[in-house]
Design a protein around this ligand. Structure first.
Ligand SMILES: Cc1cc2nc3c(=O)[nH]c(=O)nc-3n(C[C@H](O)[C@H](O)[C@H](O)COP(=O)(O)O)c2cc1C
Length: 317
């Protein structure tokens, strides 16, 4: 561990400058903890619907479970009204996260239409109310993850970033696209640089970091405190150790993959754990599949033991 923190999340020191992005369906406890061990500096949960936290917590409880050594841990919530977000955050605070993050970036039209996720970017006054209400009433820091705006005619990222800072936000993660862009086009790193210049709270830059070289390029280009990585981490969790996927040996793949699988089985139970693991298995093993039938056999293996037997052969261990 480096001796000096790279930045602070409220009062919590953060060691490291690369962070796994919150990803629904991916950044669960098993995958987050694997990435944390490989070098991700903060564990962000998948987004959690604020009203689910209040009305049907038993359905979403798994989303905010974490291992003690994953800290700093950030619980991400999404919702439409300041009161609902506050109530959910107060309940979640009982589970001692290091921060509560408000999702202001989800581009899903069903969520945006209701004014949540990236929909909040269209209502800056509400953003101010949410951040102020939560930061005044919570004991843990409040952070936000934003996009650049709703679309090309509303790129209000500087306004939103200043509002988050001025109302007590402790950190800002920025995906350099608008809501309308979805995942199309390229992330605008110039805009991320403008935000990093404009605010004095820590900024995490996000979007299109695919290789270890991209981490350095984004840091240099934007001056951010840290780099947040989503899709590339699913393909290559070793990116947090600043390693290209091609440099990872089959033996190392085996070690990380089997650890990830056993955490998944333990966390979700044998049946669900294997099913939820398959999408990760496809990524761990994709460089080694000779053909589609081999791929299919591995990804439909009915038990963990059968999966492991086939995977061991595939990796020539
Ligand atoms: C499958 C998937 C699920 C995502 N879920 C979330 C989420 O729950 N919360 C969030 O803030 N962003 C979510 N995102 C957006 C990512 O955090 C990130 O901003 C985006 O993927 C851009 O970064 P990248 O180019 O490194 O992938 C998701 C992205 C993907 C691909």
């Amino acid at each position: 561990m480096p001796t000096a923190p790279n930045f602070y999340l409220g009062k919590t020191p953060v060691y490291g400058d690369v962070v796994l992005a919150p990803m629904d369906g991916y950044s669960d406890l098993p995958f987050r903890s694997v990435c944390r061990e490989l070098g991700s500096a903060i564990s962000y949960t998948e987004f959690i619907h604020a009203s689910d936290v209040i009305h049907r917590p038993e359905h979403v409880r798994a989303r905010w479970q974490y291992l003690p050594w994953e800290r700093p841990v950030v619980f991400q919530i999404y919702g439409r009204t300041p009161q609902t977000l506050l109530e959910a955050a107060l309940r979640l605070q009982e589970f001692s996260p290091d921060a509560i993050d408000i999702n202001m970036g989800c581009p899903d039209k069903r969520i945006v239409r209701r004014g949540a996720g990236a929909g909040l970017l269209g209502t800056p006054v509400k953003v101010a109310r949410i951040i102020r209400l939560l930061s005044r009433n919570l004991e843990v820091p409040v952070t936000a993850k934003i996009r650049l705006g709703l679309d090309d005619s509303c790129r209000n990222y500087l306004l939103i970033a200043r509002i988050v800072e001025e109302n007590g936000g402790a950190l800002l993660a920025v995906h350099g696209r608008t809501q309308a862009q979805g995942y199309k086009g390229t992330a605008d790193w110039d805009a991320i640089a403008e935000i990093a210049q404009a605010v004095s709270i820590p900024v995490l830059g996000n979007g299109d970091v695919r290789t270890p070289q991209d981490i350095e390029r984004m840091k240099e280009h934007t001056g951010v405190d840290g780099v947040m990585i989503g899709r590339a981490a699913i393909r290559n969790p070793w990116i947090f150790a600043r390693r290209d996927r091609a440099s990872v040996s089959p033996k190392e793949v085996w070690e990380v993959m089997t650890k990830h699988l056993s955490r998944s089985l333990e966390f979700y139970g044998a049946e669900r754990g294997l099913i939820l693991f398959r999408k990760f298995a496809a990524q761990y093993l994709s460089p080694y599949f000779a053909d589609n039938s081999q791929r299919r056999a591995l990804l439909t293996a009915p038990s963990p033991q059968e999966f492991l037997t086939l995977a061991e052969k595939l990796l020539h261990l």
